[in-house]
Design a protein around this ligand. Structure first.
Ligand code: ADP
Ligand code: ADP
Length: 239
């Protein structure tokens, strides 16, 4: 079943830079797709247009039956609860503990005060603990996030995204700040999220070998255009 459909997507920044030019692709539920291409190709812009972290200039995006570019504020909140996002620099609330960061994800941005005041139900805490265990972070639960390694921080980032029970994860260079060992652990977890939970993953990567190893499908982007869309085995080095 098609989960995401992108048609004629264009993005021009206020500076005049054309970051996306007539981008078309669709994604089936349960696919694990890597988006590869040189720095500045438009990969990050593409992911950010999908959940409207930035506004596309024109085009159509349909996600799970929703016309993404036409949603009102309330509908947009619903969309974002179904699309988790993972960042290169983790975007955690550093002085807070692992479990607080994970719970924060569940409550969303509006509930920062509730989060900072530590008001959570037992049920909310139980759900968070399950996901923390799934990501092997049991021993870090009460540690402040700024005391964690990069790989542990990214696992918290994944846990925080998963607690909302998303249908899709957008991962923007999730391993770009990690050493090869930690990178493998994170990629294994992301693949597990797709294989065992059925969550669709779109992953921006500049490490082509990693993309080839883990993905069902590769989308190659260059100068704002899709230059490859297909199986990993036919990717040529030039992308
Ligand atoms: P990638 O993720 O592939 O490195 P980006 O999507 O970050 O590419 O960038 C695509 C192009 O858009 C680049 O030329 C970049 O400099 C430009 N760009 C990205 N963000 C902005 C912005 N906020 N304002 C203006 N130009 C931007
Ligand atoms: P990261 O590696 O963390 O994605 P970047 O250097 O790509 O960081 O971008 C940092 C921020 O600057 C992003 O919000 C991006 O949108 C913005 N940005 C990137 N390129 C440009 C640009 N040419 N003009 C204005 N803003 C930009």
């Amino acid at each position: 079943m098609t989960l995401l459909d992108v048609k004629n997507l264009n993005k021009q920044y206020g500076t005049g830079t054309v970051a996306l030019s007539n981008v078309n692709f669709s994604v089936k539920e349960g696919e694990f797709i890597s988006i590869i291409g040189p720095s500045g190709a438009g990969k990050s812009t593409l992911l950010r247009c999908l959940n409207r972290m930035i506004e596309a200039s024109s085009g159509e995006i349909t996600f799970d039956g929703m016309k993404v570019l036409q949603l009102n504020k309330k509908e947009l909140r619903n969309l974002r609860s179904k699309i988790g996002m993972i960042f290169q620099h983790y975007n955690l609330v550093n002085p807070l503990s692992v479990i607080e960061n994970v719970l924060h994800g569940r409550l969303g941005y509006k509930s920062t005060m509730k989060g900072l005041l530590g008001i959570y139900s037992e049920e909310e805490k139980k759900g968070a603990l399950e996901i923390i265990e799934l990501l092997g972070l049991e021993e870090q639960i009460y540690k402040r996030c700024d005391q964690l390694s990069g790989g542990q921080k990214q696992r918290v980032g994944i846990a925080r995204a998963l607690i909302q029970k998303p249908k899709m994860l957008l991962c923007d260079e999730p391993i770009a700040s990690l050493d090869p060992n930690a990178s493998k652990i994170i990629m294994d977890y992301l693949r597990k999220v797709t294989n065992e939970m059925g969550i669709t993953c779109l992953v921006n990567l500049h490490q082509v070998n990693v993309a080839l190893t883990y993905s069902d499908r590769i989308i190659g982007v260059k100068q704002g255009k899709i230059v490859y869309d297909g199986l990993p085995q036919y990717v040529t080095k030039e992308i």
